[in-house]
Design a protein around this ligand. Sequence first.
Ligand code: PRP
Length: 188
Amino acid sequence: MVYERDISNIIWDDEAIQQRIREMAREIERDYKPKLERNGKIEPLILVGLLKGAFLFLADLVRNIEEIPVEVDFVRIASYGEGTTSGELRFIQDLVDPVLNRHILIVEDIVDTGNTLHYLADILSNRGAASTGFCVLIDKSARREKPVGMDYVGFECEEDKFLVGYGLDYAEKYRNLKIIGELDPSAI
Ligand code: PRP
């Protein structure tokens, strides 16, 4: 594997990731089944993936949700003046589908400072979503700046490790890895 030497430590392997995603899918089905019922029908849950990092997580998650109807949409959010510390966020790609009165579950690979999810939550609630939930594969709490209430968390990462793989990148590399690991400083 071309990237193997760059990973100093595998934190979650393929099996652990897939097992946890199956569990999260069951939790989501259980929680949303009653919520999605309206006038005797079950409305779809809208899963919104944050690009680019969440693309694998969202794909594996939806493949494991079988008991409730789902729709999929994507957003892409970035900071103004990438590489600066302005921290102001903006949409590069907005949702395609309307959110008014719909149940939305944001699907994110990692929460770090919390700024991205905080920004998105405000916007979706202003647009009149019936509910906005957060499903995060990795909660990296060490660097939190804004409080974010997460509904589903795959794994906790309490230390400030440089994680790559399974959607997470360094300079756009490593997103395709099946595992999540710590990047060796020599690769930076
Ligand atoms: C990463 C990650 C989250 C965001 C979390 O995205 O995928 O979306 O940062 O950071 P925060 O909690 O500090 O706001 P990034 O901006 O690196 O883009 P990418 O998803 O395209 O890799």
